[in-house]
Design a protein around this ligand. Structure first.
Ligand code: NDP
Length: 329
């Protein structure tokens, strides 16, 4: 038996969460069984925990949690043996497959990554999908020619999970980071992660009729989308790139193509869910190297399974600062 936060549909069709003791035979099919140590809370977890499953959860009863880290307990795959430390993000685990809000998980070996040297399971979950995606975004900007001498890099949704990790990584790599936040009280926190200036959200969340504004940003990690992304595109320096990561401010993009045509701006799509294995390894190695652990510690709050329903609602309301680590035991 093991403990899990089970989501079950009531007669009204809405899902409710309750901590339950589950028999191991109920675990889904898979070739590796993992004793989960930690999970986390990402924006998508907020969606999966919501009463309608955010359009992501297909079947109930369900165990959410899109990330986990822990120790292999049993394996039918040669790549893993009992005792190995592993991390999982993406592959729609926690959405269509049972996820990390439980003491045990069973998944395909292909979905796992060995825990990178230098990271503990707790630290890997402090990073989680949000931090992993922030690293993918920074790597994509670098692959498109971004270097610290090119100028200021903007991070939107800076006090959130993706934004906090992107800020810390970029600052550590020597970039001059400007963080956009709608929460002015997080200014000191963002500066402690390495931001050199704070841009109030109001400055960027209204549309303008001007397709081009002053060339300001050499690069951008955008967790917000919507009006803000449209504004940022018009403010990019010649040849600069925006890594489009999220939609916390909306899925629309009320922009023109002018920045692409007149300033050779690049809009780079970032997906963490279906990333191939080799790139996952590359990103986790970069995280272990380029994310200072004391900064990671400063962005983390710890929670338990019973805190999750509230945290899920909080993250959808933009109320979670930095990252949450969930101790499932
Ligand atoms: P968080 O909630 O932790 O961060 C989002 C931040 O965006 C908030 O903290 C807030 O920052 C800002 N924000 C929230 N609402 C608005 C709004 N209406 N207008 C402008 N800014 C807003 O979530 P995560 O960091 O976990 O995820 C961020 C986004 O990235 C989500 O949309 C998520 O779905 C997406 N994502 C995508 C992935 C991919 O593979 N492409 C992987 C991971 C996440 P502040 O308070 O500083 O303004």
């Amino acid at each position: 038996m093991f403990k899990a936060l089970m989501l079950e549909q009531g007669e009204d069709g809405l899902a409710k969460a309750e901590i339950k003791e589950i028999d191991e035979t109920a675990l889904p099919e898979g070739d590796v069984t993992v004793a989960v140590e930690y999970s986390t809370v990402n924006y998508k977890d907020g969606l999966c925990l919501s009463p309608k499953g955010g359009g992501l959860v297909r079947n109930y009863p369900h165990v959410a949690g899109i990330d986990f880290a822990g120790t292999v307990e049993a394996s039918e795959d040669d790549r893993y043996k009992p005792g190995d430390k592993v991390v999982l993000t993406g592959w729609r685990v926690g959405e269509v497959h049972w996820g990390g809000y439980a003491q045990k998980a069973r998944v395909k070996a292909d979905w796992l990554v060995p825990l990178p040297k230098g990271l503990e399971p707790r630290q890997a979950m402090a990073v989680g999908t949000a931090g992993f995606t922030a690293m993918l975004a920074v790597m994509a900007l670098e692959d498109h020619g971004l270097t610290p001498d090119k100028g200021e890099v903007l991070v939107t949704g800076a006090a959130g999970g993706v934004g906090s990790v992107a800020t810390a990584i970029l600052a550590h790599l020597g970039y001059d980071v400007a963080g956009v936040t709608g929460r002015p009280e997080t200014g000191d926190y963002l500066k402690s992660l390495g931001a050199s200036r704070i841009v109030p959200r109001e400055e960027l969340n209204e549309t303008t009729k001007r397709p081009l504004e002053t060339e300001t940003w050499a690069g951008c990690v955008d967790a917000v989308g919507g009006e803000m992304l449209a504004r940022v595109l018009g403010q990019m320096k010649y040849g600069g790139s925006v890594a489009a990561v999220g939609l916390a401010g909306g899925a629309g993009l009320p922009a023109t193509v002018v920045p692409f045509l007149l300033r050779a701006v690049n809009l780079l799509g970032i997906d963490s869910v279906m990333q191939p294995y080799e790139n996952r390894l590359r990103a986790w190695e970069r995280i272990a190297r380029d994310l200072p652990m004391e900064k990671l510690d400063a962005m983390v709050q710890t929670a338990t399974l019973s805190d999750l329903p509230k945290l899920g609602a909080d993250i959808l309301n933009g109320q979670v600062k930095g990252r949450v680590v969930v101790d499932v035991n």
